[in-house]
Design a protein around this ligand. Sequence first.
Ligand code: ADP
Ligand code: MG
Length: 418
Amino acid sequence: MSDGKQLKTISDYSLTDKKVIIRCDLNVPIKKGVIEDDNRIVESLETIKYAINNGAKVIILAHLGRVTKEEDKAANSLLPVSERLSELLGMPVTFVPQTRGTEVETAVNMMNSGDVVLLENTRFEDLDGKKESHNDPELSAYWASLGDLYINDAFGAIHRAHASTAGISEYLPSGIGFLVQKELKVLSGVMNNPERPFLVIMGGAKLEEKLGVIGNLLKIADRIFIGGGMCYTFFKAKGYNIGKSLVEDKYVDVCKTLLEKYGDKIDLPIDVMVRSEEVGNEYIKNVSVKEIKDNEEGLDIGEMTRLVLIYPISKSSTVVWNGPLGMCEIEEFSNGTKDTLSNLLWSGAQVVLGGGNIVAEANKFGYKNLFYHASTGGGATLEFMEGKELPGLTAIADSNSKEFSNKNQVKNLIRNNN
Ligand code: ADP
Ligand code: MG
């Protein structure tokens, strides 16, 4: 598991007057042109400011959402992001509404040291043969040709082998930025050497996505509490009636095996909040997990469970949490997540929020900065905790083992690829 120590970082390079391409994770939720949560932009500032202050010409690459058809472009433009970035930096950011071409090259050639240029959403390149997502070498080489140095600071995209996150570093001296460095340090710290007792809290909807992480964390953690939508597959494995609750039938047997092997480490809710939407019989109530009826859907952990959870939380020195404990978008089913967040604040444990929805929830309540670490990654954090290789980091390591003696060598490489 890479903790990034062996990788070059932005501070290993002299930046003065260099064109530094920084891959940032600026993939923020935007509705009708308004940014709903600018956390990832804020987390990207340290590296960008460092490059500006060290006299670099800063060229930023970033993606936003998914772009599969021409109509996706309007809603996925980085224009609102460039405006917010400019506000946060307190200086102009030149936004180029293209991903390549004369306009891009002119903007880059006109840069002075300390200037910042942001290109349009890298995934616009997906419209023409998925060039970004399929790590097209010609696209990687083209982006590389714009700069002298490549820095990957996009932790949230580091598990992707895309042109802007991996391919590009084949053609340029490369390193990681401060955000990636911080994420790797914290996450590898808890995975390799957690202060014990170490409690894991897992929730959310997609068990399939998280079974690998659960399996790996079960080996490391002292206790794991499983709530959210995924606990019902475990209840089904235990033979309980789960009514209309979320279930992934494919994994009932896997859950059974996990319960057999790690039963003494796994905690499940003892009660849940259920909803009945049966016509003429609509209600929400708190029930024991052994008494869920056919018409009921479990949507949050129950009141007793919320209280019972306080004990392991208070005893823990390290807590890693991924995935909300209930359907927290709906007020009635947000209490498990909300109470557990505030109980963690009191606990004194080193709390790592492992990305995704739970960080958004903590942000919503204004808690985020009160925790030891809130990861900017979703899938990346999960894959790291699962012990998987992260393509963005592998690409930097490969690049670091290469000699990039001069710009001509890069130009030749690029020419050979075209
Ligand atoms: P994350 O993005 O945090 O890793 P997921 O994407 O797996 O987590 O799941 C988040 C979603 O899980 C939320 O939208 C939430 O509504 C949903 N969820 C949580 N508990 C339940 C539940 N009991 N039933 C259905 N959905 C749930
Ligand atoms: Mg999610």
